[in-house]
Design a protein around this ligand. Structure first.
Ligand code: ATP
Length: 503
């Protein structure tokens, strides 16, 4: 799996999807640039999200707020005081870790040990895995399970109490089995604020410390009344936004999974107090359906309810996706109560209440938030689509089986040879299609090689113009996944491609 992940990262670079930022200067930690194919895929992901949220929901509208916001915003939101990660350094290796991530790794290690023992037992009994867990009196299994449960209980309590000393103690008590530390020489755990700051204004006395937003949500909250009034919106309604967010992540690893500059697609849905759980369930189901509609495999998704709720939430769940390095969060769905709007009322001194004509009452609405990372979605789609296939006759190919709606290029048009008027016909076909579909043209190398190049970037269709084309206005169309080819009329191309790439 690790190996596949490395190959995927290399593939992303080789085919113009993702480059390390400022690579000629050896890159910048956890910052990446999207290349010519990456930007198309990313834009398609954003459009797919925007259309499903804004276009298809009459009561959801969009905004595009600035990245810079008045600094009091982040006092009110709690980010100045509480947007911290617990950080710990190993004094010998000089490596820095997030204490919570270290303990999660530890738990995973115990899970791993346990399932290996159970698998062995299952083989011995000739039973299924579940039966074996049930019947197992194997000492080692029980021992590992007990230890795992103990760490888990201590961990949840320490997180809830923000008990930094206990986090350190857990790491020290169990680090013998922890795969990444060889030594017991740890610093204390301390809180590290994840916001980037800079200064606005040019004179020394006038300069003001401001932050790069760590989430897009606050731009929506501070505009709640602007949108509600000017759009004459009635509760329940939502405001959606796509934009950059910045976090000074302590451990930057796993490629574009955890970046310091990334993009979020968020929607805040404003509801009557007391109705938030109904809407929480509604958006949970709606969002999971959105993910599954991509066709990457239903079994690759699961919900993970939070043990520890953020300071603003009364319910929270993650949609996790099976990445090459395990199930990981790609989207968070949070019931944020009236925390943000009430807090902005307090800090700004402005009235942010909504008058509900149906019940003749004014109140601060409750909020359900859906928050998904563009980059993590990108990674999940690439990971599920990257395939190395062995073909009949021993040949092999690398293919990205991207959902056609998201593929960077929808069709590549290829003249069989560079003469006899075939390139001109190929250009005419592109001119016909290009207003609706991103097309490519390729006349270099053998047709087989050209197919491989398009497979590697996930192009769903290759269209070949040959000597029969001038005679009967037909071409061959080759399907990426099945590699089947069929003869079709040029006049039908638009419909064939359209049927496949429009969802
Ligand atoms: P994690 O626990 O992995 O740090 P989080 O719970 O802090 O994530 P949220 O604050 O809920 O994440 O942010 C919502 C979404 O934004 C996440 O589900 C993820 O897709 C995306 N996201 C958050 N942080 C990053 C990051 N550093 N790089 C890329 N995407 C991110």
């Amino acid at each position: 799996q690790e190996d596949v992940f490395k190959k995927l990262i290399a593939h992303c670079k080789e085919y113009g999807f993702v480059f390390p930022s400022s690579e000629i200067y050896d890159g910048l930690g956890a910052v990446y640039d999207y290349g010519q194919n990456g930007v198309e895929l990313k834009n398609n992901i954003k459009k797919y999200w925007w259309d499903s949220m804004v276009l298809l929901n009459e009561n959801v509208v969009g905004i595009d707020a600035a990245i810079f916001m008045h600094p009091t915003t982040w006092k009110a939101s709690g980010h100045v005081d509480a947007f911290n990660d617990p950080l710990i350094d190993n004094k010998d290796s000089k490596k820095r870790y997030r204490a919570d991530v270290l303990i999660e790794d530890l738990l995973a290690k115990y899970d791993d040990k346990m399932s290996k023992e159970v698998e062995k037992a299952a083989k011995r009994f000739g039973a299924s895995f579940d039966e074996a867990v049930f019947r197992s009196t194997n000492e080692r299994v029980l021992e590992n399970q007990a230890k795992r449960d103990e760490i888990h209980t201590r961990f949840v309590k320490a997180l809830n109490d923000s008990d930094l000393a206990e986090l350190k103690a857990i790491i020290e008590d169990y680090e013998v089995v922890c795969p990444i530390s060889g030594t017991r020489n740890w610093t204390d755990v301390r809180q590290f604020n994840l916001m980037f700051s800079t200064e606005m204004g040019s004179t020394a006395e006038g300069a003001m410390k401001i932050y790069l937003r760590p989430e897009t949500a606050q731009g929506i909250f501070v505009n709640f009344l602007n949108v509600q009034k000017t759009g004459r919106m009635k509760i329940p309604f939502g405001i959606a936004q796509i934009g950059k967010a910045f976090r000074n992540e302590i451990v930057a690893r796993q490629f574009i999974f955890r970046m310091r500059e990334f993009e979020q697609m968020e929607m805040q849905f404003f509801v009557r107090p007391g109705e938030e759980m109904k809407w929480f369930e509604h958006w949970k189901a709606f969002r999971l359906k959105w993910h599954k509609a991509l066709g990457l495999g239903d079994q690759k998704y699961r919900f993970h309810d939070h043990d520890k709720l953020a300071h603003y939430a009364n319910a929270a769940t993650d949609i996790e996706f099976e990445m090459p390095f395990g199930f990981k969060e790609v989207e968070g769905i949070h019931s944020r109560t009236d925390f943000d709007l009430s807090s902005h009322e307090k800090f700004s001194g402005k009235n942010i209440k909504y008058f509900d004509p149906e019940i003749n009452q004014s109140y601060v609405p409750y909020v359900i938030e859906t928050s998904i990372g563009v980059d993590r979605t990108f990674l999940s789609i690439m990971a599920a689509s990257y395939k190395e296939e062995t073909l009949e006759g021993g040949d092999s190919r690398v293919v990205l089986t991207l959902p056609p709606v998201l593929a960077p290029v929808k069709a590549c048009v290829m003249p069989l040879v560079k003469k006899d008027g075939l390139p001109e016909i190929a250009r005419e076909i592109i001119n016909d299609l290009k207003f609706d579909f991103k097309c490519a043209y390729d006349e270099k190398d053998s047709i087989g090689k050209r197919y491989r190049r398009q497979d590697a970037v996930g192009t769903p269709f290759c269209i070949t113009v040959d000597h029969q084309t001038p005679e009967d206005k037909s071409v061959t169309i080759r399907h990426r996944d099945s590699m089947l080819q069929e003869r079709v009329a040029i006049a039908d191309l638009h419909k064939i491609i359209g049927d496949a790439v429009n969802m």
